[in-house]
Design a protein around this ligand. Structure first.
Ligand code: SF4
Length: 352
């Protein structure tokens, strides 16, 4: 069977704009491969089947996690937004990758759902020009939703794409997009953007201790940072489940070398201790176990010492501890007040 080729690849975030951009180009009889980029911070790879079924899209998830973390560590050239979001460099990274993948899919151009003036950081005209130039996509990038506000691209002047059937959307309003969605018969309207944890204080603050502690953290650390309650004491890091779902997820994310704490004899959270600076001393393990046990109301109410199983590398030991929320290690949750200076140190705009 010959391999299917495409006319275009699309950056598909799963937001309404990227969906519409794909639909506008498909309506011209062109075949589009949607690339859904994923990382610890954005992306929903498990929804690929849903988008196929609901919107008839040909979607492939592309894992950009490690490259994304490396980009942040190197210091995003165009800086960070309000929290840990390096939006302009993020777009450059995705378009550069899409450019590489064009050949694989036999595609001749790339489409995005960008609308000029819609987002303060990455969708100003000057930022959009930087994104296009820095990603090496000057001659192959089409923005179907705001094309009429841009110079015609080679795809339009060559007749491959009919410029008359593209749009000139502008600004933050959603009316034009919602009308177009209705015209395409889209009833299940996605949120404007795909959702990005780097733009939310509650998530962004969780990443700072990792950046502050390690020179080259793997993407896997940031997946762990997204789950449950996060506590740090120096370089000691504990992720504690909040409910069954987060306990299960922590169990899935735990690596063989992690310490997994499970309270015995009482219902309580599962917790993962990740050793970032060498093995934890027995008193650190006992301190963490007492702290984890303090999240079990019944263990606390028992007023007695409790047993916590600690698994690591296929072995299990038990420690007997008194549940304690305040311990010698003084575990604390990351705050944005602590995270902001870490972000500022990473931002090249602050090191001219
Ligand atoms: S919000 Fe997140 S995914 Fe979107 S451009 Fe910014 S960093 Fe990238």
């Amino acid at each position: 069977m010959s391999k299917k080729t495409y006319d275009a690849v699309a950056l598909f975030s799963a937001g309404l704009d990227s969906l519409l951009a794909v639909k506008v180009v498909e309506a011209q009889g062109l075949a589009v491969k949607c690339l859904h980029f994923t990382s610890p911070f954005f992306g929903h790879p498990r929804r690929v089947g849903y988008w196929r079924r609901t919107h008839g899209l040909d979607v492939t998830a592309v894992d950009a996690g490690e490259a994304f973390v490396r980009m942040m560590l190197a210091g995003p050239r165009f800086g960070f937004g309000r929290f840990f979001n390096p939006c302009v460099d993020c777009k450059i990274l995705m378009l550069t990758r899409a450019r590489e993948l064009m050949e694989h899919y036999g595609a001749r151009f790339i489409i995005t759902g960008e609308v000029v003036g819609q987002r303060p950081m990455s969708q100003r005209q000057d930022a959009m020009n930087s994104v296009r130039n820095e990603s090496g996509t000057r001659d192959v990038l089409l923005r179907p939703l705001c094309a009429l506000r841009q110079e015609p691209t080679p795809m339009e002047t060559s007749g491959l794409v009919d410029r008359e059937r593209l749009h000139g959307f502008w600004g933050r309003g959603r009316t034009a997009q919602l009308e177009l969605a209705r015209a395409f018969g889209i009833t299940d309207i996605p949120t404007p953007a795909g959702g990005c944890l780097l733009t939310e204080e509650s998530s962004a603050k969780r990443y700072a201790p990792i950046f502050a502690t390690l020179a080259e953290p793997p993407a896997a650390h940031f997946y762990l940072a997204n789950v449950g309650r996060q506590y740090w004491s120096g370089t000691h890091w504990l992720a504690i489940g909040r409910d069954k779902k987060s306990n299960d997820l922590l169990s899935e994310l735990a690596r063989p070398e992690d310490l997994v704490f499970v309270l015995q004899g009482h219902p309580g959270p599962l917790a993962v201790g990740r050793e970032l600076a060498g093995p934890w001393a027995p008193e650190v393990v006992a301190d963490a176990a007492a702290f984890v046990a303090s999240f079990s109301p019944r263990a606390v109410a028992s007023g007695e010492a409790v047993t916590v199983a600690v698994r690591q590398a296929g072995t299990q030991r038990t420690v007997s501890v008194t549940p304690a929320r305040t311990t010698p290690l003084t575990w604390s949750e990351p705050t944005w007040a602590d995270a902001a200076p870490v972000r500022d140190r990473m931002d090249p705009k602050n090191h001219p």
